[in-house]
Design a protein around this ligand. Structure first.
Ligand SMILES: *Cc1c(COP(=O)(O)O)cnc(C)c1O
Length: 406
């Protein structure tokens, strides 16, 4: 799964190119940088490989989401419909532009249930934000149809799913904008970094200015002479981070190939157990296979399986999101009590407190039964087979014990 598993001479070479010029900022200094533009090079590589008209690198995936929302004109009073299963960054970005996160149920795609989205639409809804969790994708046809019918924006949080596709198109390139994260545990890493993708030139120009204090970047090397047509922030990436990302991104196809191969081994081992089922993948050919996400028939059985894995010391890499502090609404007390260091706007405070009463039982039923097992890159085929076999054996043991006690 994470690119840091394959880190070496290629990353060092790219970073050294930057260190040799000493120009570690992406803008300006055109003379001394001697033609070294790692950020631009990575943006171009992303556009070519993923089929996007534009890509803009920023300092993190969170910054990418914030930048995309600002560029799409999402702000105070606007509602953004998002799933209750995601990384906290998704709602942080919504709050940061003054908008209201409207959290709704997921289905077995592990992201937005299109029916739940429809029910959540109000006159204030501005955007639907599917989060392509754990390497796979939302039901984008259904969500796009809803967005079109209600004249809403579609922003893809593809931070966990670089390289995945839906009906032949790269995730992140299908909505009005899409985002990636290159933090340390993602498939492609820069250390810290992110990207906004869009096919809309105005949205791209907005991102370009917003992430650099509003600079219009139209006066060549003289940054001081740039105009500021609108307000911005500093969400720039550095050349050092982009250099690491460039070496990593060139390995994407290698990562995907290994992930898909190892995923196949897991799927075979777990799929042989009739009680085990798998997440719904709207386009199986496009799964990036960073995780295999599987279900037990009940939450109690999943807890028993996890206890058995722990007892046998084969617990590593099995993410039980239901109990996770960072990925599921159940543990987001800071969100549900609107615990902000600074005053949130009235609409935000009301919406967040209302989450305490909202019924997420449909999501609970799915999440309590689900585990996502991380597909690691660094293991040999024999090691993956051994690990998957051990997990399958543990599951069978739990099922047998349950049958005996029943
Ligand atoms: C990692 C992640 C982000 C944020 O990325 P950072 O680079 O860590 O800020 C946003 N959304 C999801 C779903 C993520 O997994």
């Amino acid at each position: 799964m994470p690119g840091f598993e394959f880190f070496g001479a290629e990353e060092r070479k790219e970073v050294n190119d930057v260190l040799e010029t000493g120009i570690i900022m992406r803008y300006g200094f055109d003379g001394p940088r001697k033609g070294v533009y790692k950020s631009r090079e990575l943006e171009q590589a992303i556009c070519e490989r993923l089929g996007s008209k534009h890509a803009l690198l920023v300092s993190s995936g969170t910054a990418a989401l914030t930048t995309a929302m600002a560029a799409l004109g999402i702000g105070a009073g606007d509602e953004v419909i998002m799933p209750g299963f995601t990384f906290v960054a998704s709602f942080e970005a919504v709050l940061s532009v003054g908008a209201v996160p409207v959290l709704v149920d997921i289905d077995e795609t592990l992201t937005l249930n299109p029916e739940a989205v429809k029910k959540a639409i109000t006159p204030k809804t501005k955007c639907i934000m599917p989060v392509h969790m754990c390497g796979s994708m939302a039901d984008l046809d259904a969500l796009q149809a809803i967005a079109k019918q209600h004249n809403l924006l579609l922003l893809e949080d593809a931070c966990q799913s670089i390289g995945a596709t839906y009906k032949g198109k790269a995730l992140g390139t299908i909505g009005d904008a899409g985002t990636f994260s290159f933090d340390f545990v993602k498939t492609v890493t820069c250390g810290e970094g992110g990207a906004v993708l869009t096919n809309n030139s105005t949205v791209y120009e907005n991102c370009d200015g917003f992430s650099d204090h509003g600079h219009d970047h139209k006066r060549g090397d003289d940054r001081g002479a740039d105009e500021h047509p609108f307000l911005g922030y500093n969400y720039r990436i550095s050349e050092l981070h982009a250099a690491v990302g460039l070496a990593q991104f060139r390995k994407l196809d290698q990562f995907l190939e290994l992930q898909r191969k190892n995923y196949g081994i897991w799927k075979e081992a777990l799929g042989a157990i009739p009680e085990v089922s798998f997440r719904t993948v709207p386009d199986a050919a496009g799964d990036s296979c960073t995780f295999v996400s599987w279900f037990m028939p009940t939450g109690e059985l999943m807890q028993a399986v996890l206890a058995e894995l722990k007892a046998q010391n084969i617990a590593g890499g099995h993410m039980y999101w239901f109990n996770h502090n960072w990925h599921y609404i159940r543990k987001w007390d800071h969100l549900k009590t609107a615990k902000s260091l600074y005053p949130l706007n009235e609409a935000q405070q009301q919406a967040l407190r209302a989450l305490q009463q909202q019924d997420f039982s449909a999501s609970d039923v799915i999440m309590s039964r689900c585990v996502s097992t991380a597909i690691t890159l660094g293991l040999t085929e024999a090691q993956v087979k051994e690990k998957a076999g051990a997990v399958a054996t543990a599951i069978k043991k739990v099922l047998q014990q349950q049958a005996v006690s029943a």
